[in-house]
Ligand binder design. Sequence first.
Ligand code: FAD
Length: 335
Amino acid sequence: MKIRENYSLKALNTFGLDAKARYFCTLHKLSGIRTLTAWQQEHPDLPLLFLGGGSNMLFVNDYPGLVVHMRLETLEVLGQDADYHYVRAGAGNNWHEFVRWTIDQGFAGLENLSLIPGTVGAAPMQNIGAYGVELKDHVYEVQALDWRTAELRDFSVDECCFAYRDSYFKSVEPDRWLIIAVVFRLPRHPQWKTDYAGVQEQLQDKVLDARMISDAIINIRQTKLPDPAQIGNAGSFFKNPMIPVVQWENLKVQFPTMPGWPQQHEVKLSAGWLIDQCGWKGKREGDAGTYAKHALVLVNHGNATGAEVWNFAQGVIASVQDKFGITLEPEPRVL
Ligand SMILES: Cc1cc2nc3c(=O)[nH]c(=O)nc-3n(C[C@H](O)[C@H](O)[C@H](O)COP(=O)(O)OP(=O)(O)OC[C@H]3O[C@@H](n4cnc5c(N)ncnc54)[C@H](O)[C@@H]3O)c2cc1C
């Protein structure tokens, strides 16, 4: 495995930011992990970062350590029982191609997560979700490696501590575990989730199958979200805030049209709505801005630097804080 120096990450992050990695390598085989361990022993003070599709990262600065690009691309059908098909996907597989592969095998479950950019290995990091489905609904186990000791461990769904855009790997032990594969449990008798805005309209009264739902989701996403190949972005830039019920009741008096979805002990708000109300939709400062059709998506119109996008994000955070008293939290990893 070759370790390169001063490597440009521009083509490897969906914001299209021209950050450089001081050191860079691509991991095609698990045996390459030995090189990483040896490198760490030689450079104990430098950090290490795993990179998938770079679709959930904002590089504000050059990366001072080693960036490891994950390309482990195995795919296997493991078998089935009365209720589920089991498949194992290597971390470096493209997520959307993997979803379509499961559909080609006649398996359902992941169709609502179609067209999410990135890799299989990064999907558990923030428990990706869309259109009423989250990754955790279909994971059987996550196979990960403690890259410092080469200890291999299978994490059950409970051990992954999945939550809204969160997991054990993201919050409890960040950067310790290299996810090498995910085993999925896909239902043999699926229950379709089509009650999300826009999905019903696309499907109308058709007899449903996974491919049809996947196609509908792809259509909706292509009309709503910017394609990173055309305009740099990382999807939703902020998490939807969760606030206590009392705060929600007070805000509802001041802002009667504010949307909110009661969860167990909290209420989930729409970050997009809050940002829109502060007048940010379609705004632009230099080449950093919000997408004209969706205030929640920050974009790089061409030559913005990571610092410019991050400054723009700070402006959005400050005005939502001023108007609503709510602190927005970025969804991508800011480096
Ligand atoms: C247009 C667009 C739409 C999007 N829509 C959605 C959506 O609907 N729902 C949603 O949840 N997200 C969405 N996202 C965000 C993003 O696609 C997901 O978070 C995706 O899972 C990131 O995958 P990645 O491979 O690009 O991860 P990266 O950005 O490369 O990495 C993200 C994090 O995971 C870590 N990581 C990556 N691979 C591994 C590994 N193998 N082991 C350990 N750590 C690893 C990285 O170190 C980093 O901390 C969208 C992004 C874009 C650009």
